[in-house]
Design a protein around this ligand. Structure first.
Ligand code: SF4
Length: 369
């Protein structure tokens, strides 16, 4: 730990906690339900017991801003081709041994985070740079719930949409407020076995599934799923098939599934990278099971990254990497051959952002004194 716990400009009060009979406080934001003595931090590191209340210690602290293609989140059915202002903070409420962003999510170096960025400045930066949305990504926005909500509010006032990239590991008590601030979510469904979740993420599968059913059926949030396939851990035919069947039965076949490639990282450097054939196999299993839109990711596979009409198999949105190469939707977001509606959020034409990744210095958008 490089920072002692003290109230500062980045510390804010939170809701979703209780005082226990033994004097500790319990954070109720996520299913971990961390119990903390005074001065202790929760498992996510960024929420803590300060003077007998649970506080968030990273309000306004960011690990950096970048404009990405929306397809990089990945979201293939939400304003395709448009730029999204992306940022994260520090910490995470899961402990994935294969984390692909561990320098951020496992960061204990809060002092290395950037200066406080107020929500209005983030919204202004998104508008000025032509972004259509702001994404809470790089680490899980659940743990910086209060900050994410304020940023979401400021964005919506400026006509900017909001995207959560999340493991969906949030309590029933907090999820309605959290997702009320979001227009779209890419949810990491990390595997389809409790064993995997318990052993490799420090979390549990069932709350993620319960939250997914609620999210798809009880909210207006556009949802896509991502599974990072790790050789030998979650890439077996049976597990993928069971996952797809659950998605179809409980969420519906229109929910897109992304199967993405693992790169050896963090505590799993002894594992090989995922072969593209594994991604294609998973996509085949999903399509055979009845998933309308299954994608491969983190690998070169234009067919696996394009969107196909579930009724007539017309290529509706062609992609080459993050570039849009074909757009065959009519003005109402339907297949231009058979008029089958494509599930998602579309406009008359795709954005033209392409594959660019542009770092943004937020200070340039702060109000002048
Ligand atoms: S949000 Fe953080 S402190 Fe709260 S229960 Fe989850 S891991 Fe623990």
């Amino acid at each position: 730990m490089t920072e002692t716990l003290a109230r500062d400009a980045f510390t804010v009060a939170t809701r979703y906690w209780d005082t226990l009979a033994d004097g500790r406080v319990q954070c109720d934001l996520c299913p971990r339900l961390c119990k903390m003595k005074p001065g202790q931090r929760g498992a996510c590191f960024v929420r803590a017991n300060l003077d007998g209340e649970v506080v968030l210690t990273t309000y306004g602290r960011s690990s950096g801003y970048c404009i990405d293609p929306i397809e990089k989140k990945p979201l293939n059915h939400f304003l395709p081709g448009t730029p999204v202002l992306s940022f994260g903070t520090a910490g995470c409420n899961l402990a994935c041994k294969f984390c692909q962003n561990w320098d951020i999510s496992k960061s204990r170096e809060l002092d290395t985070l950037m200066d406080r960025a107020d929500p209005e400045t983030i919204a202004r930066a998104a508008v000025t740079t032509g972004c259509r949305a702001v994404a809470f990504t790089y680490n899980d926005p659940v743990i910086f719930h209060e900050y994410a909500q304020d940023v979401a509010r400021a964005c919506r006032e400026q006509g900017i949409r909001t995207v959560a990239v999340t493991a969906n590991y949030i309590s029933e008590a907090a999820r309605a407020e959290f997702y009320a601030g979001m227009d779209a979510a890419n949810v990491d469904l990390k595997a389809f076995s409790e064993r995997f979740y318990h052993r490799l993420t420090g979390a549990h599968l069932q709350p993620v599934l319960d939250n997914l059913e609620w999210l798809v059926h009880e909210t207006g949030v556009w949802v896509e799923l991502t599974t990072l396939l790790i050789p030998g851990e979650n890439d077996g035919d049976d597990e993928i098939r069971q996952m797809c069947e659950w998605v179809i039965e409980r969420l519906g076949p229109q929910v897109p599934m992304h199967f993405t490639a693992f790169h050896p990282d963090f505590r799993m450097t002894e594992y090989p990278p995922t072969p593209v054939e594994t991604l294609r196999r998973a996509r085949r299993i999903a399509r055979n099971a009845g998933v309308h839109h299954a994608y491969t990711g983190n690998a070169w596979d234009p067919d696996g990254q394009s969107t196909w009409c579930p009724a007539c198999n017309r290529k509706l949105i062609g992609r080459s990497g993050y570039e849009i190469t074909a757009w065959n939707l009519d003005g109402e977001g339907r297949c231009d051959v058979c008029a089958t509606p494509l599930a998602g959020v579309f406009e008359l034409a795709p954005g033209q952002w392409g594959a660019r990744r542009v770092p943004v210095r937020l200070a340039e958008f702060a109000p002048h004194p």
